[in-house]
Design a protein around this ligand. Structure first.
Ligand code: ADP
Ligand code: MG
Length: 453
């Protein structure tokens, strides 16, 4: 590792170049000057910044400049990592912009509901895509009065669709009732770490007791369980013991149980034995409703046309929506300008570009595949099993899974097949691509066409 003072010195040198390149002194003071140079090991540079948001901001806006300036002084192309929590940040920055760094952090929290306490049912927006998951989660809180009280409840869906929010809402709600119910909420990764610790320190027994004596066990991202057979064994026994005593188990995952690679079949069947519900990707209306909800707590509020613009053009998960909204908040709080759709369009330019790559639907896939193999779309959706049609049909399912945000059952519907067939097709084509250069080339060609849409 380069001696710290050495790196500090080089960083000072690099700063001069960065300052020159950026030009705008205000921007330089606001974002760059407060960076703390932490270490430089080979090509890896670690920079300290105030918080995750600042890291993200610097990465997006200034990383190229930083790398090229460091190259001038170190003659190396450095890889940059950021570490949040280095505060003597932006008092100066804040003075310049008329805001305090804490205010910014506070605003970030307000937009993003980052503190877990905010993960409650009130701040959760319900739409057709998560209605059943929501009802099922509510049903777990008051198990006596609800018809929807299942055991276990298994919630699955893509990233950023509110699974953690929902499971923590249950955890918070049960705790708030203070009716003596014992709860344990943790992520599967935490569970795994604690298990490893318990084994290492010979506290296996107390680990076991801790989880088998609760009324509610809630594990987020349970798919990580597939990483270890030992914990699967332990969890299997915990599950059974809780289940037999009619204690409640809630699990979330990015896939349905049967799709979790490496999960023992006895766990798959246990996990599927209660209620399994999906959260589907959000449509425009729900996205707009979520943006409106996020705005409620913000100091800076935008007109509905701005929110509608985001909801219409950014059709990703909620994290991305929040990121976009937050960027607009920061822009307008720093520049004190009035937000317009035009300005939002410019500020969110990179988000919008990313999105256009995703604007592919199942029909577009079917059309592109049919064209490529010289077939009709009705061949792909029909029942003919001859191989010159069956393979393109599988390719269409594969590409639909890869390029659209539809669930397996939804894709199945478009081909009059069930979700298992779609999954089978996906895995088969994935393997075929690895095995055959010809297949790989053909599919890449279709992919390029799709992305050019
Ligand atoms: P997941 O666990 O599915 O990856 P999270 O629960 O972490 O997603 O959600 C990501 C962010 O989106 C969080 O800030 C969360 O509050 C927000 N979010 C997701 N769904 C909703 C919703 N229906 N209503 C309000 N906020 C939501
Ligand atoms: Mg999560």
């Amino acid at each position: 590792m380069e001696i710290h003072s050495d790196f500090k010195h080089r960083w000072e040198e690099a700063l001069k170049h960065i300052r020159e390149t950026i030009g705008d002194q205000d921007t330089y003071r606001r974002w760059i000057k407060s960076i703390v140079p932490l270490s430089c090991e080979k090509n890896n540079v670690l920079l300290g910044v105030a918080d995750e948001f600042t890291a993200e901001w610097i990465k997006t806006n200034f990383e190229e400049i930083i790398v090229s300036s460091l190259k001038i002084v170190t003659e190396k192309i450095c890889r940059i990592k950021y570490e949040a929590g280095h505060l003597p940040v932006c008092d100066e920055l804040a003075a310049g912009a008329g805001i305090k760094s804490q205010d910014l952090a506070h605003k970030a929290d307000a937009v993003c509901d980052r503190s877990n306490g905010c993960y409650n049912f009130t701040s959760f927006v319900v739409g057709p895509e998560n209605r059943i998951a929501y009802a099922a989660a509510m049903g777990m809180v008051d198990t006596k009065s609800s018809a929807l009280s299942a055991n276990p409840l298994f919630i699955y869906g893509g990233s950023g669709l509110g699974k953690t929010h929902l499971i923590q809402a249950v955890a918070n709600e049960v705790k708030n009732k203070k009716n003596g119910m014992k709860t344990e909420y943790l992520s599967c990764e935490d569970l795994l770490n604690q298990y490893v610790d318990a084994i290492r320190t010979n506290r296996h027994y107390s680990f076991r007791n801790r989880f088998r004596k609760v009324n509610y066990l809630m594990i987020d991202d349970i798919h990580f369980l597939s990483k270890t057979t030992q914990l699967q064994e332990e969890f299997f026994n915990t599950f059974n013991s809780l289940y037999n005593e009619n204690n409640k188990i809630i699990l979330t995952s990015d896939k349905r149980p049967s799709e979790i690679h490496g999960l023992e079949s006895r766990l798959v069947s246990r996990f599927s034995s209660g209620l399994t519900v999906e959260i589907e990707p959000f449509g425009e209306e729900t996205r707009l409703a979520i943006l409106r909800k996020k705005q409620e707590k913000q100091q800076i509020k935008f007109n509905d046309d701005i929110l509608a613009f985001i909801a219409k053009n950014i059709y990703s998960d909620v994290r991305v929506l929040e990121g976009a909204l937050f960027r607009l908040v920061v822009y307008s709080s720093i520049d004190n300008c009035k937000m317009t759709v035009d300005l939002a369009n410019r500020i969110l330019n990179d988000y919008l570009e990313q999105q256009s790559a995703k604007r592919v639907n199942i029909e577009a896939v079917q059309k592109a595949v049919a064209e490529f193999y010289d077939l009709r779309v009705s061949d792909l959706t029909g029942r003919n099993r001859s191989s010159n049609i069956a393979v393109p049909r599988m390719v269409s399912m594969y590409l639909s899974r890869k390029f659209t945000e539809h669930s397996l059952p939804k894709i199945g519907e478009a081909f009059s097949k069930n979700h298992a067939t779609v999954l089978h097709a996906f895995r088969k084509i994935e393997k075929d691509r690895l095995k055959s250069e010809k297949v790989n080339r053909e599919i890449s060609q279709i992919e390029r066409k799709l992305q050019a849409v």
